[in-house]
Design a protein around this ligand. Structure first.
Ligand SMILES: C[S@@+](CC[C@H](N)C(=O)[O-])C[C@H]1O[C@@H](n2cnc3c(N)ncnc32)[C@H](O)[C@@H]1O
Length: 274
């Protein structure tokens, strides 16, 4: 059952909260474990590039909805690029950090699960889910639910954008790989990455080493091949418009590490159609 949230705080810094509350779901656990280091894991340098591209896809001043808004890495630059951004986010800790970053109070948010949260008025020109966040939903049903709820919130002519990694390098992993990330002078993250190609799941064990502490967090993503994602999108009532290989209009080709896929409601005519 979906929950409906009134977007009465547009243009302000207030935060609405879904009735059922996200509680202790995977997003809450992700935020609890990683919110403190999230901005070090995903530096903000790329945010304005993504924001410019998203803003260029819709008319100036459009309403945009980000699913899994996190700390505002993309949303805050998107608001600066002229979009009116609302975000749904399951982790209260991530939202607290976003509120600290959003000094101008340009982003409105809902604390909820984006597989069943509808923000009213549900008429967004752009709905987007980036940074592989769709794959954080660990079943096809949950991914279809997120796409369906996203599609329901599109205004006529609106688009839904998904950014996700291309699974190819993971799918063929025969044994776990280990990567070390130097996040700050005193903070090291060691990622052990393994793949189950039958389940199409990537398991990342993040080991976070800080002075005097070692913490471990397991992140599971359930990946989809690009064409498979299109099939899930069809089940959600969406149709692929175009797929690019990055945020600067690069073509999506063999070896592209990720794709940016743009969908429209299936019942709408293709752009340029008579
Ligand atoms: C990889 S981060 C991306 C954050 C932000 N979009 C960005 O690009 O920096 C994924 C975010 O989605 C949130 N999330 C994951 N599953 C969710 C769900 N089902 N409902 C709401 N938020 C969710 C996580 O808590 C996290 O903040």
């Amino acid at each position: 059952m979906s929950q409906t949230i009134d977007d009465t705080t547009a243009g302000g810094a207030d935060r609405s909260r879904s009735g059922a509350g996200p509680g202790t779901g995977p997003a809450e656990k992700y935020g609890d474990a990683l919110a403190d280091v999230y901005d070090l894991m995903y530096p903000w340098a790329e945010g304005p590039v993504i924001a410019q591209r998203l803003a260029g896809l819709v008319p100036p001043g459009s309403r945009a909805l980000e699913l899994g808004i996190g700390t505002g890495r993309v949303a805050i630059p998107a608001a600066r690029a002229g979009l009116r951004v609302h975000g749904v986010e399951g982790s209260a800790k991530m939202l607290d950090i976003l509120a600290r970053h959003d000094r101008e109070g340009v982003i409105t948010t809902t604390h909820g699960d984006f597989t069943d949260t509808v923000v009213e008025p549900a008429a967004f020109d752009l709905v987007y889910v980036v940074c592989n966040t769709l794959f954080m939903l660990t079943s096809a049903d949950a991914q279809i639910a997120a796409l369906t709820v996203g599609r329901r919130q599109l205004a006529p002519g609106g688009i839904l954008v998904v950014e996700a990694y291309d699974p190819s390098p993971f799918h063929t992993l025969e044994r776990p790989i280990v990567q070390a990330r130097h996040l700050a002078a005193d903070t090291l993250m060691i990622d052990t990455v393994s793949c189950d190609p039958v389940e199409q799941s990537v398991v990342e064990i993040h080991t976070l080493i800080r002075p005097g502490t070692v913490d471990t967090f397991v992140e599971v993503s359930n990946y989809r091949w690009p064409r498979e994602l299109d099939a899930l999108a069809r089940l959600a009532g969406l149709r692929l418009v175009t797929r690019e290989g990055g945020w600067q209009g690069e073509p999506f080709v063999q070896g592209s590490p990720r794709h940016v896929s743009i969908y429209r409601a299936a019942e709408e005519p293709a752009p340029g159609a008579p």
